[in-house]
Design a protein. Structure first.
Length: 104
């Protein structure tokens, strides 16, 4: 019998089962794997197989980011959005934007 406990409950269960330290190590591992496959993609011609590997590693990282939200619950959505906006604006300030009437 299949029991659907929901994603949030599953992530919380993983954190409680494996512990904070193990999940932090797992997050680092997943980030490292994504970095490695992206580096290979930069150096070699893209392939369907590599794109599938990138999708898998990106999914792993997104899952671990959700777990990090559970590890650091005091980093609330408001704080996250403020930092995110600051970083986007900082990056935007470094890019020479051109204005045109045609929507480009």
């Amino acid at each position: 019998m299949k029991v659907d406990i929901g994603l949030d409950k599953a992530l919380d269960y993983c954190l409680k089962t494996f512990g904070k330290e193990a999940q932090l190590i797992k997050a680092i591992e997943e980030l490292s794997e994504l970095i490695q496959i992206l580096a290979v993609d930069l150096l070699q011609e893209s392939s369907i197989d590599r794109e599938e590997k990138i999708a898998k590693e990106l999914a792993d990282v997104k899952i671990m980011v959700q777990q990090l939200d559970l590890v650091y619950p005091y980093l609330n959505e408001e704080m996250y959005n403020k930092k995110r906006l600051e970083l986007i604006l900082k990056t935007k300030s470094k890019i020479p934007w051109r204005c045109s009437d045609d929507g480009d």
